[in-house]
Design a protein around this ligand. Structure first.
Ligand SMILES: [Fe+2]
Length: 280
């Protein structure tokens, strides 16, 4: 998208958020109705949370889920998975070197499915000093950084958005991981916060989570599992957000709290938050 179109999209988004009617938006921007509808369609494809519904421009409060359950292809007898999370790309503390090592290792082992439980990017916080922790402070900069630098692999990476990715959604209405995945055939975006996957008969749930540090590293995972009715529980529950690794099995569910792949940031050091770098 060129700069001029991006500016137009931002203007439409701003006016729609101010709850101006469709006709008022056309008038303000001196555009024909079909031109505005065309731009809204483009915005929706680019990941803005905006739609043209019943003759009006609607800003969606949460991103729309494309599917409830994603059925992934699998023709393997023995399924190998790589579980990663919280890569916080475009942060000065990201560890692309570890990520590249893991992807090379996954290729060597014939892994075809890599699951990522969110915070793909470091996003842009409303905490002013976060900008000093970023390699790329802009939306476009973070998209380009990820598209260019994310390791290429024979495997496909299936990813949800985490709270850091969702900051872009809150400030600009854009789903940044959707925009990245659009430019990378090996990355599949499964929506924000939570997604259910089926690989053959294996049921997997990816969940990111939100809020501050946990009372104990297992606490949020245990509480979250309790919210899923027994009959609906997955075989594997993969969670992110806590930046600490933890495994437990309860009933039939193997729970993998997946830590991060970034170094401890000054912010987290100041807050006294733990930060393990690892994968499953
Ligand atoms: Fe994170």
């Amino acid at each position: 998208m060129d700069t001029q179109t991006r500016e137009l999209c931002d203007k439409i988004y701003y006016l729609a958020k101010k709850k101006l009617s469709f006709l008022e938006i056309c008038k303000r921007l001196e555009l024909k109705d079909y031109e505005v509808i065309g731009i809204i369609t483009l915005m929706h494809q680019e990941g803005y949370n905006i739609e043209f519904v019943n003759g009006e421009v609607v800003v969606l409060k949460t991103p729309r889920k494309a599917q409830d359950v994603y059925q992934l292809p699998n023709n393997l007898e023995h399924l190998k998975l790589l579980l990663i999370s919280d890569t916080h790309l475009a942060s000065k503390y990201d560890r692309l070197d570890i990520l590249k090592y893991l992807y090379a290792k996954a290729d060597d082992l014939g892994v075809q499915h890599i699951l990522h439980s969110g915070d793909f990017t470091d996003g842009r916080s409303n905490r002013a000093e976060q900008v000093y922790e970023l390699r790329e402070p802009s939306y476009e900069g973070q998209v380009d950084y990820c598209v260019e630098k994310y390791p290429h692999s024979d495997a496909k990476t299936y990813v949800i958005q985490g709270n850091h990715d969702n900051w872009w959604y809150k400030s600009t209405g854009s789903e940044i991981v959707k925009a990245i995945a659009k430019q990378r055939e090996d990355i599949v975006y499964l929506g924000p916060d939570v997604a259910d996957i089926k690989i053959g008969s294996l049921k997997i749930r990816l969940f990111h989570g939100s809020g501050g540090g946990a009372y104990a590293k297992s606490y949020k995972l245990q509480k979250y599992l309790d919210t899923i009715p027994l009959a609906e529980r997955p075989d594997i529950l993969q969670t992110g957000h806590i930046h600490q690794s933890f495994y437990m099995k309860q009933d039939k569910t193997h729970c993998f709290q997946t830590s991060c792949l970034e170094d401890l940031t000054p912010y987290c050091r100041g807050m006294g938050l733990a930060n393990d770098k690892s994968c499953w």
